[in-house]
Structures are given as C-alpha cells and as structure tokens.
Design a protein around this ligand. Sequence first.
Ligand code: TXA
Ligand code: MG
Length: 316
Amino acid sequence: MAETGKDINKAKHLLERGELVAIPTETVYGLAANALNVDAVLKIFQVKNRPRFDPLIIHVSSLDEVSQYATDIPLNARALAEAFWPGPLTLLLPKKNIVPDLVTAGLPTVGIRCPDHPLTHRLLESLDFPLAAPSANPFGYISPTTPAHVADQLGDQIPYILDGGPCEVGIESTIVGFDNEGGTVLRTGGLKIEDIEHIIGKVKLQLTTSSNPTAPGQLHSHYAPKKKLLTGDLEKLLAQHDLLKTGVLSFQKDHHAPFQYILSPSGDLQEAARNFFSALRTLDALPVDIILAEFAPEAGLGRAMNDRLSRASFEH
Ligand code: TXA
Ligand code: MG
C-alpha cells in the first residue's frame, strides 16, 4: 500500500529512480513520473490503464523552463502564462525532441503547465526534469481531489502519495492551443474562458469529443462513476425514480432526496467545483442504482463542470 506523507525529499528520490508518485496540485491529484524517462512514463500508462494515444501534460516550476521543452512560445501563450501561472492553465506548444513521443502520443505539441501548489512547486524546483502527470485515477473514472481518493484506487500500485490536502480548485486545468489566428480552448477547466479572453481576446472552442487520437482533449466517456448517471431537470427526473435507490447531485437547491449532495447551497461556482468530483465519488459509493444530476449555470467554472457531467453521463 502506498505511504501517504508530506516528505518532498522522499518524493524526489522516488521520482529520480523512475518511480511514480502521486502529487497534489490546485486542480486534481496527478500521477507523476520523470517526463524525460520513457520507462517511468510507461508506468503511468500501465498503472492508469490509459491508452497510449492519450497524451500527458508535463509540469514545470516556472515559465522560464518552458523553452527547454518547446521550440516556440507564441506571444499569446506567453501572455497567458504571465497572467495565470502558477495556475490551472495548460498550454499546448510545439515540442522539442527532448520530450519523448510517448508523452505526447506522437503529437507535435506538448501540453505544459505550472501548477499552483506549494508542495509540488518545491518538489518541481528540486528536480532537474519536468513531471508528466495525468490525473491520478484509473482511466475514465472520476478524478481525485484528496490523497484518500488516490489511495483508494491506485494505492496498491504506487509507493508514495504526497499529501497536499484537498485540491483548492477541484477541476482539471483549462487547455489552450495556439495558431496564427489566436487561441483555441480544447478543454474547459479551472481557469475561466472569460479570464483567458480578457488577456488574448476571443478564443475558439474546440471541445468536440472524439475517440480519434489526434483530436485532443477528451474522449466521450470520461470522468464517469460506476453507477449510471442521468442529467437533466432534477424535479422531472426525481418524479420518475425511486428516491430510496437514487443519488442526487444538485448544484444549489435542496430537493429533499435521501441521498443528495448539494454542491453549493449559496450557488457559488468555485465552491461547487471544489466539491464536484468528491461529490460524484460519494454518490457512487452509496447504495443507489442511479445518480441524477443537474447542470450548473453555463458560465465560468460551470462550463467545466457541465463538460465533465456530459462526459460522465455518456452512455456506452
Ligand atoms: O489539471 C490538470 O491538467 C491535471 C493535473 C494533474 O495537472 N492533469 C490532467 O491530466 O488533467 P489528464 O492526463 O488527466 O488530462 C490531460 C488531457 C488529456 O485528455 C489529453 O488528451 C490532453 O490533456 N492533452 C495532453 N497533451 C495534449 C496535446 N499535446 N494535444 C492535445 N491534447 C493534449
Ligand atoms: Mg484525467
């Protein structure tokens, strides 16, 4: 079973030996390996049961490091990094050869981000390589936002979980790519599109889901609980289900259901995002047959939550 602790040196030594360590970030916990060591990166794919065509994000301690891994940093990318790093923003940049093809699944771009968490920041500063890290969950399942979530699912496969407490943002980073015309958001996330547009102007949205490996971002069915998840108007859905066998994920309102999780009674999107994955996990573990969920308002972090809900409810 993985040891959980706050020992940065222990994490560092394991990573230097090519082992995996779960690391805290402000978004979700990551399953980290030396991004420049192919054998170590391979372990990530094995432990997560992740298809090789799904590329990984690499994590750095500052913007200064990016030029070691990217051949070019477009002005818009630099402006966003200056405004929002460390923070929940991943930039897709043309990769240098030093980044193994396994990391980028053969794509010409590499996703890079500088996470905002004091422990992980110190860890990254102490290493002389970047960390490749996907969310620390089995492929397709709900992302982890506490060390216990990681231990529950991957604890028997990794030696160490660096304990940085619960994640502050609670939803993955926003992914942005660049071309001559400007920015394109490929995954909505913890950084609001509104904030991005404030810096670089209007961005395109390319969130279309696909199992096509060259279509970046996410697959259709993702972030999914084991129970069936239905989304829609909760009052209507509740009328059609046996309340004693039904979990309810409400954004704000109290629906008086016995197995109910309210993400933010005050309707605060940040609070809701922080609770989101944890709530899905809690509901998934209850003795219910189905989970009913409603969408948050489609703005700010609501967009990222709604994206995750749609994918979690995709029928396969
Ligand atoms: O907040 C986050 O981004 C977290 C923490 C741990 O940093 N990481 C994370 O990684 O969410 P992961 O692997 O669960 O999701 C990364 C997504 C994948 O769906 C992948 O397809 C996409 O980023 N991605 C990575 N590199 C890409 C690239 N070069 N082009 C397009 N999409 C890319
Ligand atoms: Mg993930």
